[in-house]
Design a protein around this ligand. Structure first.
Ligand SMILES: NC(=O)c1ccc[n+]([C@@H]2O[C@H](COP(=O)([O-])OP(=O)(O)OC[C@H]3O[C@@H](n4cnc5c(N)ncnc54)[C@H](O)[C@@H]3O)[C@@H](O)[C@H]2O)c1
Length: 429
């Protein structure tokens, strides 16, 4: 880390003082699962926050005190509005009057499963039109090492202003775990990386105001790599237990009992659990950001690709297990069988079905001729998802004894706590 220019050092001191005095104005671009809790955290700490989003319906809902994310109830949005510190807008000219701009826009994969940085690029192009001397720009979206420096910096510096001299740029990955009651924005340590001391000091001071622990790393690309490493670690370990589940079940061993017992070891083991596949915006996607970038260096990411292969085959494996059980226990084939899939969200107790393996399960069942319905208390209607256009508009059934009796088979894909499994088991008897 170098001290590139005195100018930003001076700006940095004033930025830090304004942070301590809660005078810093925060702009957050992208008011989704990451941006909205972040806005709440800054407002709770006493900062003025403007939320920017291109989705006019989200902005209207925020203005009306309504939520669109299950684990952030409407009352919390109303409390944010009542402080007088929060506003939401689709008008990006307001970027000119904030001190820090935090970017929380999507970073998906495109149809070729390569990084789609179009949202980050579009946001950067809007920011550069409004960029001011002394502003801090912090990317929070998950991405490959080099994004801030190679994709964002050239666009921002096309303004004639220079990073590390006139404005600051930092990377601070979001580690939000939606629906996890044990950890929220304030209690999860925050990684911060920047290329100069002054830029890092600005970003660290700002984040220290909302989180208990800030972990400073040496530069932008290291911070970008930290986030990918965390998600690659999960993807690889989930693949490992998925593979063990298949092997152990052939041997008549219960993988769940094995993991529970192994987890009593106080060191050197961390429990991961098998499932019907990977879901969510992060674990199935982020590792492939590194795979793509590694190719630039002539390197393959064999662990990541093997994990992807194992995890993506899990829905097919689950259906095969189900078919065998139907055949052996009920004498049923798949064609024309009435199947209820329980849980469309990618994990328990959330209303997010991005990349959910349930989508793949439903698609496979339909292809094999089953009559498929689903139940999910958090997803009344399935939205349009690019890879599964034919599943858009499916509606959750009502959870009643009459409705359940119509099905031959129930497949629990996501074990939401809110489901009355007792009723299901009474019907099955
Ligand atoms: N959801 C999570 O649990 C989670 C956890 C850690 C990291 N992340 C990462 O955080 C980033 C954001 O994820 P998310 O889950 O919040 O996504 P999201 O889809 O819930 O929210 C993104 C928001 O950005 C808005 N948006 C898109 N383009 C925009 C633009 N050009 N200008 C302004 N707003 C724009 C969208 O309308 C949406 O409201 C991603 O990189 C993701 O990988 C997500």
């Amino acid at each position: 880390m170098s001290t590139k220019n005195k100018n930003l050092d001076e700006i940095s001191l004033s930025f830090i003082r304004r942070t301590e005095e809660r005078k810093l104005r925060i702009g957050i671009v992208g008011m989704g699962y990451v941006g909205l809790p972040l806005a709440k955290a800054f407002i709770t700490a006493g900062f003025r926050v403007v939320g920017f989003d291109i989705d006019a319906s989200k902005v209207s809902q925020l203005q009306a005190g309504q939520t669109y994310i299950k684990h952030i109830p409407s009352e919390q949005i109303q409390e944010m509005n009542a402080t007088g510190l929060f506003s939401a807008t689709t008008n990006f000219s307001g970027l000119e009057v904030v001190d820090a701009i935090l970017i929380c826009v999507p970073t998906p994969l495109n149809e070729h499963r390569d990084p789609d940085l179009s949202y980050v690029e579009a946001t950067t192009k809007v920011i550069v039109k409004h960029l001011q001397v002394g502003q801090l720009i912090a990317l929070e979206s998950t991405t490959y090492p080099g994004t801030s420096e190679e994709i964002m910096l050239p666009v921002l510096e096309s303004s004639g202003l220079s990073a590390g001299r006139d404005f600051a740029i930092a990377y601070s990955p979001e580690r939000e775990d939606p629906g996890n009651p044990d950890f929220g924005t304030a209690t999860i340590p925050k990684i911060v990386g920047a290329n100069t001391k002054a830029e890092s000091a600005m970003a660290c001071a700002m984040y220290r105001a909302i989180v208990s622990d800030v972990v400073e790393v040496s530069d932008l690309k290291t911070a970008e790599a930290v986030k990918l490493t965390e998600n690659i670690f999960r993807a690889v370990n989930i693949a490992l237990v998925n593979e063990l589940k298949i092997v152990y079940s052939e041997m008549g061993i219960d993988v769940w009992e094995v993991i529970k017992a192994a987890d009593t070891k106080p060191f050197g083991f961390m429990a991961f659990y098998p499932g019907p596949g990977l879901g969510g915006h992060c674990i199935p996607i982020d590792p492939f950001y590194l795979t793509w970038k590694a190719k630039e260096f002539g390197l393959n990411t064999r662990f990541i690709e093997l994990a992807g292969e194992i995890n993506s085959k899990m829905p097919e494996h689950v259906i095969m297990q189900m078919l065998m059980a139907m055949n052996d226990k009920l004498g049923l084939a798949m064609k024309n069988t009435k199947v209820l899939v329980i849980g469309m969200a990618y994990k328990k107790n959330v209303d997010d079905m991005r990349e959910s393996p349930s989508l793949e399960l439903v698609e496979i069942l339909k292809k094999r001729g089953a009559e498929v319905s689903y139940y999910d208390p958090f997803i009344p209607v399935t939205p349009l998802i690019r890879e599964y256009p034919t599943l858009a508009g499916m509606r959750s059934i009502d959870w009643t004894a009459e409705a359940l009796k119509k099905f031959d088979v129930a497949l629990i894909a996501t074990d939401h706590c809110q489901v009355d499994y007792e009723l299901l088991s009474r019907i099955c008897r």
